[in-house]
Design a binder for this molecule. Structure first.
Ligand SMILES: [Zn+2]
Length: 126
C-alpha cells in the first residue's frame, strides 16, 4: 500500500510517519488503532502500516488487509483526550497527505491537545 495513513478521529489530521515528524508534531506519530474486529494496537507509526511498540521493542504489522479496512484511528494524545474509548466506532478516512507528504503550512503544526489543556490550566491559575 506504499505510503499511507488515516485521519485521526480526534483532530482530523493524519497519523504521521516517524520519518516525517519534527519537534513540533512528533506527538502525532504516537497512534492508537481500534479495529472493527476488536483488535487494539498502540505504538509509534513507522509508515506502511507498521508500528513500533516501545514497551516490547517489537515492530508490528497492522492488519490492514484492503482499502475498505475499517479501523478507528487516533493520535494517542487525542485518544487520551477522548477518554480512551475501548471500541471501534467509525472508520477513519484515508489521509490525503499519506502521513508523510505535508508541510507545516498545511497543518501538523499544532500542540498536542494534552499540552493545550495544560497551558490552558496554567493560564487559568494566574
Ligand atoms: Zn489527533
Amino acid at each position: 500500500m506504499g505510503f499511507s495513513s488515516k485521519l485521526c478521529t480526534g483532530c482530523n489530521e493524519s497519523i504521521i510517519s516517524r520519518y516525517a515528524s519534527n519537534d513540533i508534531n512528533d506527538w502525532q506519530i504516537h497512534a492508537t488503532f481500534l479495529f472493527e474486529s476488536g483488535e487494539f494496537y498502540q505504538g509509534e507509526y513507522l509508515g506502511y502500516w507498521n508500528i513500533f511498540d516501545g514497551d516490547t521493542g517489537a515492530e508490528i504489522r497492522l492488519p490492514i488487509k484492503d482499502y475498505d479496512q475499517k479501523v478507528t484511528c487516533y493520535h494517542t494524545d487525542c485518544y487520551i483526550q477522548a477518554g480512551c474509548p475501548r471500541e471501534y466506532t467509525t472508520p477513519s478516512d484515508w489521509a490525503p497527505d499519506q502521513g508523510y507528504f505535508f508541510n507545516l503550512f498545511e497543518g501538523h503544526n499544532t500542540l498536542s491537545p494534552l499540552k493545550r489543556d495544560k497551558l490552558h490550566l496554567e493560564i487559568e491559575r494566574k
